[in-house]
Design a protein around this ligand. Structure first.
Ligand SMILES: Nc1ncnc2c1ncn2[C@@H]1O[C@H](COP(=O)(O)OP(=O)(O)OP(=O)(O)O)[C@@H](O)[C@H]1O
Length: 575
């Protein structure tokens, strides 16, 4: 268990190395501030003796000035100390946040999908905040007060070691009790943080589905769900407070007992004449003074444990396995993609979504995937850029297994457009050049012309500078799809995958886009999923999928004669 604490401290120290300047300055100003406070207190006596007792009244005018100077210096040093310490703690927290964010981007897509998004957000934002107090106040307390305790202990032992030991008889109870309560606090803090994550998740989920909620009569059920989660959070927060405060009360109780034992026994010794009242008083003062820093240390320890509770959740993310690629740089397909005996299921507990698929997707040709809803079309294409890996079998690009290819270069080969494309809360321009930061204005306009997006963009008052999602601007589904297509046209990656990419675009515009796509067919590998079969009849190869298996493949004319399912799909959708 203590290893965990050490590991946590080691991690924090590692981050602190990036902030040596504020750490150093913070410590210097903290020493200066203590020094000035000490100097101020100490110097009053000699100054007053010098001015009043020794009657150097001509110096009297400097006394108020001296006091103002001391207070000003103290104020300034405290300000600088607080500023640099805060800069240290916030800097460390931000570095942890950035590392967590980077880590999230390297996690496998499947893992990110399974993780509740609110929990991930909460780990990056809330859990890191929980560590902040330990970086400032608690660590300073632990260092400073431990020193104070040691000095006072020295004084007390020097006076009467036997009585000191007697007074400290309650110390083991304090140490053990604080440790026990610290562990409890850490556990409760961890659960409280998980509950905060759950609340974040629920809230964002509810806001995403707000239309359904407003229409449904189930509003009450959701309110109950949220209230239940809040109740859980409330109870856990109280638990943390209970343990934290219990640790304080324990120290107070033990101080009282220790003091009582000392007074009781010391009193007997005085009555017996074995101890002088002066020595007893000085010992009692030292012992009572020791308990104050001990109380502070106990509090700081509980703070450390709380921070550790939050850290455990952060560490869970850092410990997650990153997605791994191979070392061979992927290049444009020459032959195509080959799926050999590929099966896939999203989870061991779920049935297979793809079952023993053997397939060639030829390079620089148009391949279409058709099949009823849930047949596995989208799943199949998401295996190509390795969003998921097959559960069985292997996929090759030309003659190389995908797993041996460097991930970034492999993914760089693809441009994908989905039915519900994702656009960032940025300007239209920034959304487009995200895929090609070096693109010229003319290239961007040309890509938009290709995807039939230029007219509607230019009709907006701020044109390409329009920020999406702001000033009430929400694009229609079709407009989003056209922007997503423009992104693909802008970059022109060797492999273009369109998954119901034109489903929300009217037939006339869709036809214009299709003719733009036709110009890419010669030197790009096109993979298209569409329900409207009119869009895919020109494909060089059509693959019919049903319940995760390939039912048939061929050209449109071949399949019309060969495949009853294709015929059925064609007649349902084309007319
Ligand atoms: N992330 C996921 N986790 C678990 N199951 C999933 C996931 N995504 C899809 N599925 C399941 O996999 C099966 C195939 O889904 P997929 O989206 O590949 O089909 P599709 O042919 O593209 O369907 P559609 O035409 O409706 O888009 C479905 O039964 C679906 O419920």
């Amino acid at each position: 268990m203590e290893n965990e604490t050490l590991r946590f401290i080691k991690y924090i120290l590692k981050y602190a190395q990036g902030f040596l300047k504020p750490l150093f300055l913070g410590l210097i100003f903290s020493v200066l501030s203590s020094f000035v406070t000490g100097l101020g207190t100490w110097s009053i006596k000699p100054i007053f003796n010098f001015v009043f007792l020794e009657k150097h009244y001509e110096y009297f005018k400097y006394v108020p000035l001296y006091l103002v100077l001391i207070f000003t210096l103290n104020g300034l040093f405290s300000l600088f100390q607080a500023y640099f310490m805060k800069s240290l703690s916030t800097g460390i927290i931000n570095s942890i946040r950035l590392d967590l964010f980077k880590k999230c981007l390297t996690l496998p897509y499947a893992k990110l999908q399974r993780e509740r998004s609110g929990q991930t957000v909460s780990k990056v934002i809330n859990d890191t905040s929980q560590i902040e107090p330990i970086l400032g106040e608690s660590s300073q307390t632990l260092i400073k007060e431990t020193l104070t305790v040691l000095v006072l202990l020295g004084v007390a032992f020097y006076q009467r070691w036997d009585l000191t030991l007697l007074a400290l008889i309650t110390l083991p109870a304090i140490v053990l009790g604080t440790k026990y309560l610290g562990t409890k606090t850490r556990r409760a803090r961890r659960l409280t943080q998980a509950s905060t994550g759950e609340l974040t998740h629920r809230m964002s989920e509810i806001l995403q589905g707000i239309k359904e909620i407003k229409l449904a009569s189930s509003k009450e059920i959701l309110i109950k769900f949220f209230a239940k989660e809040l109740e859980k959070f409330y109870k856990l927060s109280l638990k943390v407070t209970k343990y934290r405060e219990s640790s304080k009360s324990l120290v107070d109780l033990m101080t009282g007992i220790g003091g009582a034992i000392l007074i009781g026994y010391g009193g007997v010794l005085i009555i017996r004449g074995d101890l002088s009242p002066g020595a007893f008083l000085s010992l009692l003062t030292a012992i009572l003074l020791i308990f104050n820093p001990i109380r502070k240390i106990a509090r700081a320890y509980t703070g450390l444990k709380e921070a550790q509770g939050a850290w455990i959740r952060i560490e869970e993310v850092f410990n997650l396995e990153e997605e791994k690629g191979g070392y061979i740089k992927a290049t444009s397909p020459q032959e195509g993609f080959f799926l050999k005996g590929v099966s896939f299921c999203y989870d061991d507990s779920l049935p297979k979504v793809l079952d023993n698929i053997n397939l060639k997707i030829p390079a620089r040709k148009m391949t279409a995937l058709v099949g009823p809803s849930g047949a596995g079309k989208s799943t199949l294409i998401s295996l190509l850029p390795r969003f998921y890996d097959p559960t069985e079998g292997e996929i090759y690009l030309d003659n190389k297994p995908l797993k041996e290819l460097d991930l970034e270069s492999l993914r760089g080969l693809f441009g994908m457009v989905w039915q519900e494309p994702f656009l960032f809360n940025l300007s239209i321009w920034d959304n487009l050049i995200l895929v090609k930061p070096t693109a010229s204005a003319e290239e961007v306009r040309e890509a938009c012309r290709f995807s039939q997006a230029l007219d509607f963009i230019e009709a907006l008052p701020k044109g390409f500078g329009t920020i999406l999602g702001e000033e009430g601007l929400t694009l229609s589904g079709g407009q989003k799809q056209r922007l997503a297509l423009a992104r693909v046209f802008l970059r022109r990656p060797p492999v273009i995958i369109l998954d119901e990419a034109t489903s929300q675009i009217d037939s006339l515009t869709e036809r214009a886009i299709e003719s733009a796509l036709d110009t890419l067919r010669k030197d790009h590998t096109l993979i298209v999923i569409a329900h409207r079969l009119s869009t895919i009849i020109k494909a060089d190869k059509i693959i019919v999928l049903d319940k995760g298996k390939i039912v048939s493949e061929g050209t449109h004319t071949e399949l019309l004669g060969l495949c009853p399912l294709y015929r059925e799909l064609y007649h349902t959708f084309v007319r």
